[in-house]
Ligand binder design. Sequence first.
Ligand code: ADP
Ligand code: MG
Length: 328
Amino acid sequence: MGEFDLIERYFKRPTTRAALGVGDDCALLQLAAGSQLAISSDMLVEGRHFFADVDPRTLGHKALAVNLSDLAACGAEPQAFTLALALPEIDEVWLTGFSQGLFALADPYGCELVGGDTTRGPLNICITVLGSVPAPAGRSQALLRSGAHPGDDIYVSGHIGDARLALEALRGKISLPPALLQAAKRRLEEPSPRIKLGLALRGLASAAIDLSDGLVGDLQHLLKASRVGASLNTAAALGRLAARWHVDWASASVDRATALSCVLSGGDDYELLFTAPASARDALAAAAAGSDTPITRIGQIDAAPGLRLLNEAGSELADSFRSFDHFA
Ligand code: ADP
Ligand code: MG
């Protein structure tokens, strides 16, 4: 099978949203009046972002999920994506699984594959997603990292830390009960981009970022962009976000320091971290319920620069964050 048959068989599909999809020199998208295009790319490299033996279906899912997560963080609605693929060989079983995983995630969002490139080489997957954000009269409704104000609440969606927990277990550093390992591994391999929540946060959140590198690191990006500081309630982050791990601390299969490291510095969660004024609390609760995504308030934006990690009593952790960063 040649390059063009491969594209035809696995990646060319009729488009409904795009004006022109795969097959010509460019794809064409029709933009609605008064909207902006949100664009983001992520590359996944074997050995660095996934194991060589990972199920191609979950790889297809994850390659698109990490990109959709960036659209979610901007409050953008997915429209289309392109796929640049380097393949060491043409493996039809792999291509079938990969394309199924990809489209199973893309289709519910009506996010169409409109183009890309295919070449021989070490396995490498680069996706660019295109989304739309309303910008009536040129005023963008996109969520940015730079909008947080002193006094704003800090929230995170869903659970965090699971992906890192799975990674540590897969590397043999910790051992997990089978049920927990399965659940955590699913979060690592098949993250759910928080698109619905991102859309619901437009007009409510003052700033947002998606969690790809870990809570503390990504929060610091937001703080820097907004020129503010923050106090983080680590007990809330740990206790509520990883509530289902409690069982395991009790049985000592995961000690508290490891759990805290997973929550604070484990990456690959693809949850949303966002800020909003206290006046938005009720509206946020409704937005979370309406998008079937739990959210947890984990801290507050401060005028004073820097990030303070607090315990349940509200005093600063004696140890610096470094001591919880097992993975540095
Ligand atoms: P060109 O040489 O003009 O860049 P190509 O021969 O690389 O075009 O690709 C032919 C068509 O197939 C183009 O429309 C391109 O966008 C599309 N395409 C190539 N690879 C992929 C892929 N992996 N997924 C989706 N579309 C692809
Ligand atoms: Mg080409």
